[in-house]
Design a protein around this ligand. Structure first.
Ligand SMILES: NC(=O)C1=CN([C@@H]2O[C@H](COP(=O)(O)OP(=O)(O)OC[C@H]3O[C@@H](n4cnc5c(N)ncnc54)[C@H](O)[C@@H]3O)[C@@H](O)[C@H]2O)C=CC1
Ligand SMILES: CC(C)CC(=O)C(=O)O
Ligand SMILES: [Mg+2]
Length: 352
């Protein structure tokens, strides 16, 4: 079991450290961890946010545990050298087209939701976000118009094959859950979205047991806070999925709680190769203070054991330890409490 660990910037190393402690406590057979540089730290050490040796390390591993990248001091760099290119590059180079972002209420935490507790209590949804296309990967630039103004532009595009593979994955995910799929787009305005909707509709007859609904993204943002319990699986593009998942995190209680798995088609001896990371970023505002909540990263390690190593029992063990810590009142600053990063890690370890 070879795991490449890429801590990255800001709170990335702090939260990754706790997730590694949890993995090490599980007595996993043949567990080998190796660490690589990504993001701003990699730019400073190697002149590039995703150095070739880091990419090689990812390719040689069975799974990647990723912290976060992003450093305000790098925001003035040319775009291809910015820290964020590390995660975009890994997703593209490793063919990780499917980003699974589950959001489920934790018992006892309903009061921490930004929503009323009785509304938050019903949340149990999965956002399936396409991760290799959309405006994030289209051509982009800044040009000067005839009247002398600067204009920034980014191309949004989806090929039907890209939509088809993520839609199949989402239909199958819905089959294994409550069999309700909501496809989120902006087909009333965008051609990209109209194609998305057409392709999803073409596949629907292959999944007769799944109820398919289409929803415009503006309405979806509203429904997510009005009645999040109505959602089971949401499938959407890269940009909309990025935004809606941060929003879903506050419906549950904190961005420090939501994990993710990024999967492609590569199979290893143990399961599907994947990259696992919290949905949050490097949080420069709290970095270096030991205040970050590591639960999202710890829960991402659980997703790794499930999807990349077929170790459901170990995954469930971690998830239940996190849930029990929360039920026992262990709260980071993001949840109105006093527990620091290491104390939260300790609390999870004690309950494993
Ligand atoms: N996958 C990645 O590596 C991502 C990187 N980023 C990058 O991270 C940097 C900061 O971006 P922001 O927009 O501020 O988003 P962010 O997710 O880093 O932080 C947003 C807010 O949530 C808080 N927060 C985030 N994670 C937390 C945790 N585990 N515990 C407690 N509080 C937490 C932060 O303190 C901040 O107030 C940027 O450079 C951005 O590009 C952003 C999102 C994803
Ligand atoms: C930093 C971005 C590239 C991505 C992002 O915000 C995310 O994946 O959640
Ligand atoms: Mg994001």
């Amino acid at each position: 079991m070879k795991i490449a660990v890429f801590p990255g910037d800001g709170i990335g190393p702090e939260v990754t450290h706790e997730a590694v402690r949890v993995l090490q406590a599980l007595d996993l057979p043949g567990l080998t961890l190796f660490e690589g540089d990504v993001g701003g730290i990699a730019y400073r050490r190697h002149g590039h946010p995703l150095p070739p040796e880091t990419l090689e390390m990812a390719r040689a591993a069975d799974a990647v545990l990723f912290g976060a990248v992003g450093d305000p001091s790098c925001d003035g760099l040319e775009r291809h050298l910015r820290p964020e290119q590390a995660i975009l590059g890994l997703r593209a180079e490793l063919g990780l087209f499917a980003n699974l972002r589950p959001a489920t209420t934790f018992p006892g935490l309903e009061g921490m939701s930004a929503l009323r507790p009785e509304i938050a209590a019903a949340i149990d949804l999965l956002i399936v976000r396409e991760l290799n296309g959309d405006v994030y990967f289209g051509d982009k630039g800044t040009r000067t118009l005839d009247d002398g103004q600067r204009q920034g532009w980014d191309m949004m595009a989806y090929a039907e094959g890209e939509v088809r593979r993520i839609a199949h994955l989402a239909f199958r995910a819905a089959q294994g859950r409550k069999r309700r799929l909501v496809s989120v787009d902006k087909a009333n305005v965008l051609e990209t979205s109209q194609l998305w909707r057409d392709v999803v509709n073409e596949l629907a007859p292959e999944y007769p047991g799944v109820t398919l609904e289409h929803m415009y993204v503006d309405n979806a943002a509203m429904q997510l806070v009005r009645e999040p319990g109505r959602f089971d699986v949401i499938v959407t593009g890269n940009l909309f999925g990025d935004i809606l998942s941060d929003q879903a995190s506050m419906c549950v209680g904190s961005i420090g709680l939501l994990a993710s798995a990024s999967l492609g088609e590569r199979e290893t001896a143990f399961g599907t190769f994947g990259l696992y990371e919290p949905i949050h970023g490097s949080a420069p505002d709290i970095a270096g203070q030991g205040r970050a909540n590591p639960m999202a990263t710890i829960l991402s390690a659980a997703m790794m054991l499930r999807h990349s190593f077929g170790r459901e029992a170990d995954a469930a063990r971690i998830e239940s330890a996190v849930a029990r810590a929360l039920a026992d009142g262990v709260r980071g600053g993001d949840l109105g409490g006093e527990a620091g990063t290491a104390a939260i890690g300790d609390a999870v370890l004690e309950r494993l």
